[in-house]
Design a protein around this ligand. Structure first.
Ligand code: HMG
Length: 369
């Protein structure tokens, strides 16, 4: 039975900071961010938006192409930027989407790898239960301390996809090259809002993990890079992805996969799948039956290289990219205020979709329509 992604969409904040403004205010040559790191803008989330509201927007778009919500009996929410150590973030999403009450809901975590872990779990579940559909969400907001080298590589967004049999977009193949390695390259202790990182070690670990995972995949499949038509990578910043591609898949152009990421920044669990959407949206070629490679990396670290075959009847649809044409630029001063404010004003900003965070009261997050 073929199992894979039947519908997919993404969302991000309505607000962005242009990296030119960041460079000027940090006394850095803007070319370092544009060329050296490969990023142009980064999404900035105002107080009324969080990983739940952006996830709901992405999920509503993905679900609009499937008529029957009752077929979804599992929701897996992948995130590394959760605000709660106990209650699953997915439960808020389940509530606002109106999914059936006997739907299993849980969060899953392994840094940016988590949505891939969710995809693999969903794939096995649907193989065992062919009439079921699983909603997978990857949603993250990436924050580093201001003024650190990580600052231009912040960002955020959500992806939502439905895993089902006979998928309309891509069948996910079973074979994978996986690599797990205990490394302190990026982590966020429970008591911190911002992640800690060792930038050089993290880039080294990413590229080393790529090498091991990809070679393992090709050993198992007896294939070679020439068998892969296009590759999508987890993209913490575009320059690293270009290096990754040059390392192993030189013949393939990956520029179509990077367009959205260069405007959003790192969206962690969503990033690999936003690169996939960027490919679907921007490539001129007909992708039907093409083989796509995926490199997923989650700091700490777990990586996986796997593949999928685009469905033979695949046709383009609306994956949510119009949000990128409808964003507002915020100034550097506003960015710093938003970042450091201890008493945020929830109602000052436009919301992404139908649901917004209106306040936090008695340690409860109150979402309203
Ligand atoms: P840095 O130390 O500020 O930058 O940090 P640099 O000095 O290494 O410069 C970066 C590049 O810009 C260099 O090119 C420079 O030559 C170039 P490279 O050697 O890489 O080819 N450069 C210029 N180019 C043109 N004109 C100029 C100029 N000046 C310099 N004027 C770093 C950069 C990315 C390390 C930092 O931003 C960082 O630490 N970011 C956060 C960590 C990160 O994103 N790591 C990625 C791998 S880990 C991962 O993917 C997991 C993650 O997504 C989290 C998760 O899994 O949950 C992060």
């Amino acid at each position: 039975m073929k199992v894979g992604i039947d519908a997919i969409a993404f969302s991000t904040s309505k607000y962005f900071l242009d990296l030119n403004a960041l460079a000027v205010n940090r006394n850095v040559d803007p070319k370092k961010y544009h060329v050296g790191i490969g990023q142009r803008k980064m999404s900035i989330f105002p107080p009324n938006e969080d990983i739940v509201t952006v996830a709901i927007d992405a999920a509503q778009k993905a679900l609009s192409s499937i008529g029957d919500l009752a077929s979804i009996d599992m929701l897996i929410f992948a995130t590394e930027s959760s605000f709660d150590l106990s209650k699953s973030t997915g439960i808020y999403v389940h509530h606002f989407l109106g999914l059936r009450e006997d739907c299993r809901v849980f969060d899953i975590k392994q840094a940016c790898y988590s949505a891939t872990a969710a995809l693999r779990l969903a794939q096995s579940y649907v193989s065992e239960n062919p009439s079921s559909k699983v909603l997978v969400i990857g949603s993250d907001i990436v924050r580093y301390s201001i003024g650190t080298p990580g600052e231009p590589t912040q960002g955020g967004g959500a992806v939502a996809f439905i895993v089902a049999q006979n998928p309309r977009i891509i069948e996910i193949e079973n074979c994978a090259g996986v690599h797990t390695n205990n490394v302190m390259d990026f982590w966020r202790p429970n008591y911190l809002d911002e992640a800690i990182f060792d930038g050089k070690l993290s880039a080294y670990s990413y590229l080393k993990s790529l090498d091991i995972s990809v070679n393992r995949y090709f050993e198992k499949t007896k294939q070679s890079p020439a068998d892969i038509d296009h590759v999508c990578f987890h993209t913490p910043f575009c320059k690293l992805t270009r290096k990754a591609n040059n390392q192993l898949f030189r013949k393939n152009s990956i520029e179509d996969t990077l367009i959205y990421n260069s405007l959003i920044g790192n969206s962690c669990s969503a990033s690999l799948y936003i690169c996939f959407i960027s490919l679907l949206d921007n490539i001129k070629e007909n992708l039907a039956r093409k083989k796509i490679g995926f490199f997923s990396y989650g700091a700490g670290s777990v990586s996986e290289f796997f593949s999928g075959i685009i469905s033979k009847n695949y046709t383009k649809s609306d994956f949510g990219a119009s949000i990128l044409n409808d964003r507002k630029e915020i100034s550097f001063q506003e960015y710093e205020t938003l970042y450091t404010s201890k008493s945020p004003i929830f109602h000052l900003y436009e919301n992404i979709g139908k649901i917004k965070l209106s306040k936090i009261e008695n340690h409860k997050r109150i979402y309203i329509l």
